[in-house]
Design a protein around this ligand. Structure first.
Ligand SMILES: C[S@@+](CC[C@H](N)C(=O)[O-])C[C@H]1O[C@@H](n2cnc3c(N)ncnc32)[C@H](O)[C@@H]1O
Length: 232
């Protein structure tokens, strides 16, 4: 039975599956490929029992990957459906532009589900231990917007107190913002008109899975919510 910090035996609340570990006994990298939402939840409950989601998400997994929003098949499909529907409704040219794209996994998973060109950019800050792929354009968010003039921008897990999302929103570009409003970006962002979507499949490094405390969401800015309400 797993031990808690005080050495006492801990109650295990989660089922264990072989696929949770690789051949070296390390927790798998949840973003190596997509899993279903229920698999992700089972896996993270087990991580909570044995270890901690924060430590797991800080590169302590078989892929040495840093995770922020934690993706599932259903989450990715929901994001793709929302983006496609918005693009159909707003009738604007230009690519989908992801800024602050990190290791590019959101882009990797979304691209096959979207018809529009998808460009991923990041300033590639050394502050994070993220393995930035070469194919991610190295650009500050503002410069990326100026260069690619997107139909819609996507930003997931903006650093705390960054005001880049505010600059994008104030420039009038439609923005999908994903993250924890308490710990990502600047609190003034939410003074702007926005819509928080039903996010049944949102999971993140800040959540407490067994307590069912989920703190992230998908928020839309600069999108005419009246004309989009039927599709969101
Ligand atoms: C918390 S990480 C999130 C990465 C990725 N979106 C994810 O969810 O895995 C924040 C990312 O923002 C990038 N970043 C920070 N400031 C930026 C800026 N001004 N313009 C573009 N990228 C920036 C960092 O390099 C880092 O990759």
């Amino acid at each position: 039975m797993p031990q808690s910090k005080d050495g006492l035996s801990k109650q295990r609340n989660s089922p264990i599956h072989d696929w949770f570990m690789d051949e070296h006994g390390e927790f798998i990298d949840l973003h190596a490929q997509l899993h279903t939402y229920s698999e992700v939840i089972d896996f993270l409950k087990h991580v909570e029992d044995e270890y901690s989601i924060k430590e797991y998400s800080n590169g302590n997994n078989a892929g040495a990957r840093w995770l922020f929003q934690i993706y599932s098949r259903e989450f990715i499909q929901q994001v793709a459906d929302i983006v496609e529907n918005i693009l159909r409704e707003i009738d604007m040219d230009g690519p989908i532009l992801e800024v602050m794209a990190g290791d590019g996994r959101l882009a990797d998973f979304l691209r096959p589900l979207l018809e529009r060109e998808y460009i991923a950019t990041d300033v590639k800050s050394k502050r994070y231990n993220i393995a930035y792929p070469k194919w991610i354009h190295e650009l500050d968010a503002e410069d990326a917007i100026a260069e690619f003039n997107p139909a819609i921008a996507i930003m997931s897990w903006e650093p705390y107190l960054s005001t880049k999302s505010i600059e994008i929103v104030d420039s009038g570009i439609p923005l999908m913002w994903i993250g924890n409003p308490e710990r990502c970006g600047h609190f003034d962002l939410f003074d702007r008109k926005h819509a928080g979507l039903d996010c049944a499949f949102c999971v993140s490094r800040h959540d407490r899975i067994q307590e069912e405390e989920f703190v992230t969401g998908i928020f839309l800015f600069n999108i005419d919510l009246d004309s989009c309400s039927s599709i969101l």
